[in-house]
Design a protein around this ligand. Structure first.
Ligand code: ATP
Length: 717
């Protein structure tokens, strides 16, 4: 309380000083016997002198620097608003000129109130507070910075937005003039009837109504257009950055929440600019226009109408503070619920086979309950806020009608003008509410952009792509003292000081018990992860020195559970290849032993494989995945249990083709002895380490782990 008093004191002091200056000039005018208006030039001179005096006084007051600057800005507005208003008034034709020697007390008070409110609004809405502010203010500053960033993203649509703002101004101006003409019509009808005046008033009323509707439609269309364009741009940028991220990122962020960011949050982000700025500007133009016309009708009623604003600001401010946190909680909760539903639906077979429907239903119910509670609290805040707002509005309206009645009785106001005023006041309250509410809403919705921006700004945690792309590649792979653990399980080392060589143009087999580290080696070869220690080399050069695209063209990997995309068989085999011919697709399919079963499918190579290839068996999917790898003619082929779901005959056939691939480096991980026996070199891994290596013969003769564990290593034989 004492803090607020200390804050208000300098303002009261300067306001009293200003009132004294006005009293001085009034006494001078009276004593000199001036009866005509002093004129705008004189008023400017006088107020500039006042400004100089009050400005220096403001600088002399011993307050904190930031607050002093606010005071200085307020003094400028206080001194210069009235001469500015009088100047603009003289420039507009048909406006009643003030013939009093000095502006009347009401006008001075109104300008002081307007300057204070303008400053209050400016400091509250736009001005950055000094450093060292409380957490909430810092949060608001961040929200403002975010808002500016969202605005910057709409720059490319400046033509659409410019046109939209142009139509918006015309619409708002048209709407502003309507009540004035309604009042005129009422005055004509209630006084002595003049047909020409009536027709002209009705004609102009129709013109303004029609014009504002037409421009309103054009404005809406332009805003929608720019909103759609911005959404498209942001989603594209976001998706582009998402697919560049390292695999760990996708392990940490579930697909449900990512797709929510991509769809819901980007949408909200666009809305926070296009829709809210639309309403904000419309309200701003309308409020300014209406204030202008209302002042022309009666300053007493205008002053009364303006009282509503600080009260509305106060109420809205408190409501925004309470609802901003809840909105954030609600968003997180919605993303969680969506993720949960997506996970269960995606894994519905597993859920059903484990009879976990009830358990999942309970989990979903809990998530819905949590969301409901947040929404309930939000609803209660909103209802209380609405009630208080309505009470204030009705109170002000009653007061205004009482004052209006007094003004009509003293013939200072006509009935039509009072009606116009009441219409303005209603509209004014809505517009002011928008002015206050929209900014809060913008800050609210802009918080959904935080996560979008975090994703947009996220740099993949991988080494920079190299530039090596030699024409001739031998295809020799090597691990040199490689240590690696997954981000999600940093306590467990998946690979420990692994050193091994995969000879060029030879077939090497990686064998070992489950969890030995074989698939981790393959992941590092694909550069899905980066090792924490040591290096993975290709022809003696670290993998990250090579161009990304080059590596992908030289190395193909087929995994145990290959992912197919919904689309035709042909599309899946030639996936990601530009200009892949029909012959190349068929030849690869034949080599992968897939051609025969593809021909038996309903539409042959044009058959849709369904979502994730669901309409094919696991073995058929593997055959297509092998064809997809072979069509690229890779120098290095990695098969991670790639034939495990095929029947024995198919496995044999495919393996024979793979073995016969001339000049190719082949690395296989297999659980079948026949496959491993064919390899030129076998590396045995256990618990993240290389324990033995050699040919099948050598390993058998060694009688080490390979020999002892062969039954566990090759359970399929
Ligand atoms: N994505 C992952 N996140 C965390 N830990 C993982 C991940 N993948 C594997 N691991 C762990 O890393 C270690 C090595 O696993 P890896 O999959 O490389 O073994 P593997 O020899 O290929 O086993 P399998 O024959 O069963 O496929 C294991 O302890 C495993 O639990």
């Amino acid at each position: 309380m004492s803090g607020t008093l200390a804050l208000v004191k300098p303002y009261v002091f300067l306001l009293t000083f200003d009132a004294l200056l006005w009293l001085l000039i009034w006494l001078s005018v009276v004593s000199l016997g001036v009866t005509n208006s002093v004129g705008v030039t004189w008023l400017w001179c006088y107020r500039l002198v006042c400004w100089a005096i009050l400005h220096h006084l403001a600088l002399l007051i011993n307050i904190e620097k930031g607050q002093q600057m606010v005071l200085v800005r307020w003094v400028a507005a206080l001194c210069l608003l009235l001469p500015t208003y009088e100047t603009v008034k003289t420039l507009i034709p048909f406006t009643l000129q003030n013939n009093c020697p000095v502006p009347d007390v009401g006008m001075v008070a109104l300008c002081a109130a307007a300057a204070s409110m303008a400053c209050l609004l400016w400091e509250w809405v736009f001005h950055d507070k000094a450093k060292g502010d409380s957490g909430k203010q810092i949060k608001q500053q961040e929200a403002r910075a975010l808002l500016m960033r969202v605005v910057r993203y709409s720059y490319p649509d400046y033509l659409y937005l410019g046109a939209a703002f142009f139509f918006l101004t015309l619409t708002a101006l048209g709407e502003t003039y309507i009540p004035i003409y309604i009042g005129k019509v009422i005055d004509i009808l209630s006084g002595t009837y003049d047909h020409d005046s009536f027709l002209s008033a009705i004609g102009l009323l129709g013109l303004f109504s029609l014009g504002s509707s037409l421009f309103g439609g054009l404005r809406g269309g332009m805003f929608m257009c720019s909103l759609c364009r911005m959404n498209k741009r942001i989603r594209h940028m976001l998706f582009q950055n998402l697919i560049r991220q390292e695999i760990t990122f996708f392990e940490e962020n579930k697909p449900g929440s990512l797709s929510s960011r991509l769809i819901l949050d980007t949408d909200k982000m666009g809305r926070s600019v296009a829709m809210n700025v639309n309403v904000l500007l419309r309200s701003l133009v309308k409020t300014t226009g209406m204030l202008w016309l209302m002042l022309g009708l009666s300053w007493e009623l205008t002053l009364l109408a303006c009282v509503e604003m600080p009260l509305a600001v106060l109420l809205q401010n408190s409501y925004n503070m309470l609802s901003q946190d809840l909105s954030q909680q609600l968003q997180d909760c919605q993303a969680e619920t969506q993720e949960l539903a997506g996970e269960v639906i995606g894994a519905v077979r597993t859920v059903r086979s484990l009879h976990a429907e009830q358990q999942e239903l309970r989990r979903y119910q809990e998530a819905l309950d949590k969301m409901f509670n947040i929404k309930k609290r939000k609803g209660i805040y909103s209802a209380v806020h609405l009630l208080l707002r309505r009470t204030v509005t009705v109170g002000i309206k009653v007061l205004m009608l009482l004052v209006g009645r007094a003004l009509i009785a003293s013939q200072q106001l006509s009935m039509g003008s009072l009606l116009s005023f009441v219409l303005y006041q209603k509209d004014m309250a809505t517009n002011m509410k928008h002015l206050v509410y929209i900014y809060g809403d913008m800050l609210n919705t802009v918080t959904s952009s935080v996560k979008v921006f975090q994703l947009l700004d996220r740099k993949p945690r991988m080494k920079e792509e190299g530039s090596l792309a030699p024409k001739q590649l031998e295809g020799k792979l090597a691990f040199h003292k490689v240590t690696f653990s997954y981000h999600s399980r940093q306590d467990v080392q998946a690979l420990r000081n692994v050193t091994l060589e995969i000879a060029a143009e030879r077939m090497t087999a990686l064998v070992g018990l489950s969890g030995g580290g074989k698939s981790s080696c393959v992941s590092l070869l694909q550069r899905l992860y980066e090792p924490q220690g040591g290096e993975v080399l290709l022809d003696g050069e670290p993998l990250h020195h090579y161009e990304h695209r080059y590596l992908r063209s030289k190395m193909a990997v087929v995994s145990q559970n290959p992912v197919l995309f919904s689309g035709s068989v042909r599309y899946n085999i030639g996936y990601g290849l530009k200009g892949c011919s029909e012959e190349q697709v068929k030849e690869a399919a034949k080599r992968a032993n897939a051609h025969d079963f593809i021909c038996l499918l309903q539409d042959g190579y044009d058959t849709d494989v369904g979502e994730c290839g669901d309409q094919l068996s696991a073995g058929q999917k593997q055959c297509i995945a092998i064809a997809r790898a072979l069509v690229r003619r890779p120098q290095i082929l990695i098969l991670d249990e790639a034939t495990s779901s095929m029947d024995v005959n198919t496995q044999e056939a495919v393996q024979a083709v793979l073995n016969g691939a001339e000049g190719q480096t082949v690395l296989v991980i297999a659980h079948r002895l026949q496959t491993v026996e064919r390899a030129d070199h076998i590396i045995v891994m256990d618990n993240g380490e290389v324990v033995e290596q050699g040919t099948h013969q050598q390993l058998m003769e060694m009688e080490g782990q390979y020999y002892r564990l062969r039954e566990k290593l090759f359970p399929e034989d």
